[in-house]
Design a protein. Structure first.
Lengths: 289, 286
């Protein structure tokens, strides 16, 4: 998430740099409070501004909503941040600014894990925005969004769109990102089905396949002990005891072992995805430098 | 959310806005209050109080709004403190009389029913208008209801409906008190005894039949296995001790579980009634 935060900040700087200087006293004060990190106080002043300027012809109310959205976002109050950013989009007349705010909204949706909504919003900007720069930003963040959902093909398309027409020196980075994403389906995922099958045959083998050695040995030892108990009862011709131990003890640990093997593989694959995403984000970091 | 703020203030064309004039601060505070942004509204009302000297009645009414903000933001200690300030410093104002009720009501909302009851009793002689007196008396009834003292609530509300002006709210509260007395009540002691005699019976008594049957089955099976072990190998039987301990553990757990199940049953039926009371009656208490 650290690397994402860097992009988050870059996005914020990109958006803030496009903003005009405010002359109103309350708005300037609110901006100052926002800059020094007093978000709650800043929100109060922005609200005051909105209250007294609800019919402002210069659309500064949209700006106040936008900054309120950012202030809420700084406090991880996602629902309020999203509501304010949506208002700022609705109350803005200038198309370019509206699209910039949509991107900020998209970034906020990514930050709070609402990837589906973020992807849809950013895709809409890519398709309908008339501004090349905005389209590029949307592509970039859509790529990031798809990285987080392990949607490699979509991420690849989005980054290809982002790099198209970029400065020549980024060509090398583009190639690296594209190459990595093209290899994504072959990064060595393990099969949950195979793990389950292995653990069905030899308890613990599925966990070992998922490199969870401790879990595998634990499952093997426990199941062997329970199995021995059942076999011992059978050898002693204590059928009822065998049935009882098989149903109450062995079955429980055996089915648990099979389920755990699947979960171990899922964890393994998720870890693999995280490492892969970190690798790509590290390359993308250099784009902004 | 902030949409309610829009359109509430219209400066004249070309007029410069004086944001921090007393009337504008008050307007903004009222807008925040309407928007249910109570924390910010309270701060703005306080700012308004700092703008200069004002008559005691005005100051009391602003303090009253601050108290309401805190109460609605569920910050009861702060709210109580503000209403007590009104009672102490603006005792001649109309807001002071309403503050008595607010202090007691805050304690009620805070779940401190005994404190609320004693405050109602101490405030009553200081209240003049009969409708305000009735509101306070009804709050006392609510305190009894929320303490689940159904009988006491019923007796109290009966006297209230006979002595005070007939009021539909009192009648409704009395109906709830009667319903409270008729709630099905099961005995945790009986549940424990039943489960001690026949494992699972206490849970069946509490209305959890499948849970009870499962307890019976589990304890019977472990008990039987323990018996088999001891019967075959005597006191040194490992199997006997393992299943015996397991069975004893299940047996004790089954008794404890039965008592808990009955308590949950009683609590659930009482809470359902309290929920209905809340939905029906709370709207009258503000």
């Amino acid at each position: 998430m650290f690397i994402f935060n860097k992009f988050f900040q870059v996005g914020l700087v990109l958006c803030l740099s496009a903003l005009p200087v405010r002359s109103d006293r309350v708005l300037s004060f609110a901006d100052h409070l926002f800059v020094v990190g007093q978000d709650e106080e800043a929100i109060t002043e922005y609200k005051r501004y909105v209250f007294f300027h609800s019919e402002d012809p210069e659309n500064t109310v949209g700006y106040a909503y936008y900054k309120m959205g950012l202030a809420y976002r700084n406090q991880s109050r996602w629902d309020e941040a999203i509501a304010m950013l949506q208002k700022s989009v609705q109350s803005e007349n200038e198309e370019r600014v509206r699209d910039e705010r949509r991107i900020t909204l998209g970034v906020t949706l990514i930050a709070c894990g609402r990837f589906g909504e973020a992807d849809f919003l950013l895709l809409k900007i890519e398709i309908f925005s008339p501004f090349d720069e905005t389209i590029k930003k949307a592509s970039f963040f859509r790529g990031i969004c798809n990285l987080y959902t392990s949607n490699w093909a979509e991420a690849r398309t989005a980054f290809q769109s982002y790099f198209r027409g970029q400065r020549p020196e980024t060509g090398d980075l583009e190639m690296k990102v594209d190459e990595l994403l093209s290899q994504a389906p072959k990064i060595g995922y393990k099969s949950p089905g195979l793990a389950k099958a292995l653990s069905t045959v030899v308890p613990g083998l599925g966990q070992i396949y998922a490199t969870d050695w401790a879990g595998g040995i634990n499952a093997l030892v426990i199941n062997a002990a329970m199995g021995y108990l059942v076999v011992h009862d059978l050898a002693q011709k204590q059928i009822l005891d065998a049935v009882f131990n098989a149903l109450f003890l062995f079955e429980r640990f055996y089915s648990g072992n099979r389920q755990n093997s699947e979960e171990a593989v899922t964890r393994y694959n998720q870890n693999l995805n995280r490492q892969f995403v970190a690798q790509i984000l590290k390359i993308l970091e250099r784009v902004d430098k | 959310m902030t949409a309610s703020l829009l359109g509430t203030f219209r400066p004249a064309a070309g007029q410069e806005i004086v944001y921090f004039s007393p009337e504008n601060i008050l307007r903004f505070a009222d807008a925040l209050f309407q928007e249910k942004d109570y924390g910010r509204a309270a701060a703005e009302y306080r700012r308004y109080l700092m703008t200069g000297d004002m008559p005691s009645t005005t100051a009391a009414s602003i303090y009253f709004k601050i108290g309401l903000c805190y109460r609605l933001a569920q910050d009861y200690p702060k709210s109580i403190s503000v209403f007590q300030t009104i009672i102490e410093k603006h005792s001649q104002s109309e807001a002071a009389e309403d503050s008595f009720y607010q202090v007691a009501y805050n304690h009620f909302l805070w779940g401190r029913y005994e404190d609320s009851l004693s405050l109602v009793d101490s405030f009553l002689p200081r209240i003049g208008p009969p409708e305000k007196k009735l509101k306070l008396l009804q709050l006392k009834g609510m305190n009894f209801l929320y303490q689940k003292k159904w009988q006491q609530a019923d007796a109290y509300l009966r006297i209230l409906s006979e002595t005070a002006v007939p009021d539909p709210l009192t009648a409704t509260m009395k109906t709830f008190a009667e319903q409270g007395q008729r709630l099905p009540h099961k005995s945790p002691f009986l549940a424990g005894v039943l489960s001690g005699l026949i494992p699972g019976m206490g849970k069946i008594y509490a209305g959890r039949t499948s849970d009870g049957l499962f307890s019976l089955f589990t304890i019977a099976l472990t008990g039987w296995q323990a018996y088999e072990g001891f019967h075959k190998d005597g006191i040194r039987s490992m199997k006997g001790w393992i299943y015996g301990s397991l069975g004893a553990f299940f047996y004790v757990g089954n008794i404890y579980g039965s008592i808990a199940a009955v308590r949950i049953f009683n609590e659930q039926s009482e809470n359902q009634l309290l929920q209905r009371i809340g939905m029906t009656v709370n709207v009258y208490f503000q």
